[in-house]
Design a protein around this ligand. Structure first.
Ligand code: SAM
Length: 241
């Protein structure tokens, strides 16, 4: 992938307006349940501060807000303005005063050390240029005792599910996606939904990602497959000194 940062930004700029509907369609409505597991693993409580890195259209930030309540606060960060615009349009329809969506880079978070009780990242590890750096940044801004939790697509381990997944994810999803991306090349490269599927091929294995969490200094690190293994939730805790 040439000029991956610009390419990824352009992809999400193109598909932002239909991103939420397509996600729900492609995950057969299972997405909300997976996000609930992410939230459970954050161990967030009322009054906490939460950060969602690569927040996109803000779905996970809204879930975090439900937990931290009016006394807490949530920040969603993303580098694609159109995704943030959709998030802000949804925010404007709520009475929430304590969610902020900011533009920024996951690999250089504009927050001080130990700022949040939890940092989440949904379906973006395969989009960032440097996964270890992204996890390190999330670990840096989380306070001791706080959690870092990520979810991304993965390939089921059981061969029958894997066989079905490979057909569905690499062949059918791009066709469904072309309803939205119109099969239009992005920066003279592949269309957006072809990228969303293809990018899984370069995502490191679950064990390698677990290793990255440990190398970022996190403890109690583990992962769990959801949706028959079509996605995996990873979590770790920043140690108390
Ligand atoms: C697949 S979407 C996921 C959106 C959201 N987290 C979700 O679960 O639906 C990936 C998002 O990551 C963002 N992104 C990719 N690389 C980024 C980076 N380096 N810094 C900030 N955002 C980034 C994209 O703009 C896009 O909104």
């Amino acid at each position: 992938m040439e000029h991956k940062k610009e390419y990824v930004q352009e992809c999400f700029t193109e598909i932002a307006d239909h991103y939420d509907e397509m996600n729900n369609l492609m995950t057969w409505g299972m997405l909300k349940g997976w996000q609930k597991l992410v939230m459970k693993k954050t161990a967030l409580k009322t009054g906490d501060r939460a950060l969602d890195v690569c927040c996109g259209t803000g779905e996970m930030a809204f879930q975090a807000r439900k937990i931290v309540g009016a006394k807490g606060s949530v920040v969603g960060l993303d580098f694609t303005q159109n995704m943030l615009d959709v998030a802000n349009e949804k925010l404007a329809k709520t009475a929430y005063q304590n969610i902020t969506f900011v533009r920024g880079d996951a690999m250089d978070l504009p927050f001080g050390d130990n700022t949040f009780q939890a940092a989440t990242n949904g379906f973006a590890l395969r989009n960032v240029l440097d996964i270890p750096k992204t996890i390190q940044e999330m670990a840096r801004v989380v306070a001791p005792g706080g959690r870092v939790v990520c979810i991304d697509v993965s390939r089921p381990k059981f061969f029958l599910f894997r066989w079905f997944f490979n057909i569905y994810y690499f062949k059918i999803v791009p066709i469904m996606g072309h309803l939205v991306d119109k099969n239009k090349k992005i920066n003279s490269q592949i269309p957006a939904y072809t990228w969303l599927a293809e990018s899984l091929k370069s995502l490191p294995s679950q064990d390698k990602i677990k290793e990255m969490f440990i190398e970022a200094g996190l403890v109690d690190v583990d992962y769990k497959g959801v949706g028959f293994g079509a996605a995996t939730v990873y979590w770790g805790t920043k140690p108390k000194k």
